[in-house]
Design a protein around this ligand. Sequence first.
Ligand code: CA
Length: 224
Amino acid sequence: MIWCVEDEASIRDIEVYSLQSTGFEARGFEDGTSFWEALQTEQPDLVVLDVMLPGVDGIELLRRMKASAKFCDIPVVMATAKGAEYDKIQGLDLGADYYITKPFGVMELVSCIKAVLRRCAPKQTERLLKTGGLTVNLDARTVTADGERVILTYKEFEMLRLFLSRPGIAFTRDQLMEEVWGMDYVGETRTVDMHIRTLRQKLGTYGELIETVRNVGYRMEAKE
Ligand code: CA
């Protein structure tokens, strides 16, 4: 599924239509807010992001995506206006995978997207997070501890993934809520504690790597 964030309806329609007609699933968003909301519940394979958007602009959306453990792996193609060299450089610095200069042709867009997906695919087949004998396979969504499968719930998995993607970093309960449950989730931070408890139990001795940081939340130490 490819998402196209573009405020100009005519360009957006062309993007979505040309992708659909070449066999991709595609969906358009007219602004950053609706895109960001949708991202909380569903994740695309790639995002085509316009730089100049009303409200939250493309650069800011890219920055938010790359700062989030949950979204930082989604490839991004920035669509920049002709001659906007600064946007390109800023976009690439922030981790955009590619940029395409407007106005672009349909085939140019499609071949660019295919190239980026190809380039990102090998990385995705071996996306593993490890600490000691604990391995999280992000593609298979499996966890093994010393070779034994550990069955986690969706939230437990997401929490472990977050800890391992930033080892040694202390997360507040609110941060964990936001990252794992989503920004709009209204709930008690006690929910986090409950999930930490079951996660620790399931991980056995590796559960001890999850430390309680008093008055803050939790962190997970990396193990050699
Ligand atoms: Ca625009």
